[in-house]
Design a protein around this ligand. Structure first.
Ligand code: FAD
Length: 302
């Protein structure tokens, strides 16, 4: 059996595997797609100590670093079941069952898509999901934020300091964000909030040039010209496959303590699939290191 089996090959999983392998213990990593979300990322400017890189390039460096160690890498394999017996068992979609003394779950998350025409087509061509990452690309331009919850309003406040104008589109009759955030938003001169707005289409030619929505009160269709659309309707953690084994929040995030431990002894978690508050590369790598050290601690005590 493995001492540490990491499930997920994004920044958090790679970091966890390297930290575990450096303890000289038997380490494996199973990944559906090595690299994770960064494979879909163009420019990265906030991975500290690297002024600029691109997702696929960073993923290649991660892989190269992992391969420096004696780590059993099982790429393009998807885990479908976790069971705690004497050892922890991870069953893969191909039927194989891997056994390990400890497991680190790092299966990440995905942005919730709005699913309207234009969204997929203009991804990275004006359609964005991460204001911390892509906000500066829209300096001096007009953008929309879809979603009036906390993440949407935080994004709008953040973007208002960078872009020319922000339009917030909220589907329901009221914003759902905390009052302090709403107050801050309404104090800004370059923000417009449209409620009861059902996004119909993101328009463009080679890149985004506008958004069409339906005013749900009057049922009229309206169009706004702009250059960017930030979709902020939530993150979906990749944790459905865990069934009712590992404790999760209402939104599916794995609950971890400050050592990355879950409610199941020997099962740890790291990165975007957990209830850690901010989802970023540097944060997920740090939590991967924490979970690996937590798992090592667990192994020497059991
Ligand atoms: P992920 O990167 O999501 O990796 C999850 C891994 O688990 C993948 O290997 C996946 O294939 C695997 N997996 C999932 N389910 C299973 C399963 N059942 N079995 C086996 N494997 C599984 N952050 C920044 O800091 N700066 C940026 O500029 C930036 N830009 C971004 C741009 C975009 C378009 C996106 C989508 C995200 C961006 N982020 C950025 C966020 C950053 O990519 C994430 O915070 C980070 O990738 C999280 O790492 P992770 O390892 O926790 O999860």
């Amino acid at each position: 059996p493995f001492d540490v089996l990491v499930v997920g090959g994004g920044p958090s999983g790679a970091s966890a595997a390297i930290y575990a392998a450096r303890k000289g213990i038997r380490t494996g990593i199973v990944a559906e797609r090595f690299g994770g979300q960064i494979m879909d990322t163009l420019g990265i400017e906030n991975f500290i100590s690297v002024k600029y890189t691109e997702g696929p390039k960073l993923a290649a460096s991660l892989e190269e670093h992992v391969k420096e160690y004696d780590i059993d890498v099982m790429n393009t394999q998807r885990a479908k079941r976790l069971e705690k017996k004497d050892l922890i068992e991870i069953e893969l979609e191909n039927g194989a069952v891997l056994k390990s003394k400890s497991v680190i779950l790092s299966t990440g998350a995905r942005w919730r898509n709005i699913g309207v025409p234009g969204e997929a087509e203009f991804k990275n061509k004006g359609v964005a999901y991460c204001p911390h990452c892509d906000g500066p690309l829209f300096e001096g331009k007009d953008v929309a934020v879809i979603g009036g919850g906390n993440s949407g309003i935080e994004a709008a406040i953040d973007l208002a300091g960078i872009v020319k104008h922000v339009t917030v589109l909220e589907f329901s009759a009221e914003l759902k964000a905390d009052t302090v955030l709403q107050d801050r938003l309404y104090s800004l001169p370059n923000v417009t909030v449209i409620k009861n707005a059902q996004t119909k289409e993101i328009t463009g030619t080679d890149k985004v040039n506008g958004i069409t929505y339906i005013d749900r009160e009057t049922e009229e269709e309206r169009h706004i010209e702009l250059q960017g659309v930030f979709v902020q309707i939530g993150l979906v953690p990749n944790t459905d496959w865990l069934g009712d084994t590992v404790e999760r929040t209402r939104t599916g995030e794995i609950v971890v303590d400050n050592r990355g431990a879950t409610n199941i002894p020997g099962v740890f978690a790291a990165g975007d699939c957990t209830n850690s508050p901010y989802k970023q590369i540097i944060i997920s790598m740090g939590s991967g290191a924490t979970a690996a050290l937590g798992a090592f601690d667990y192994l020497i005590r059991n």
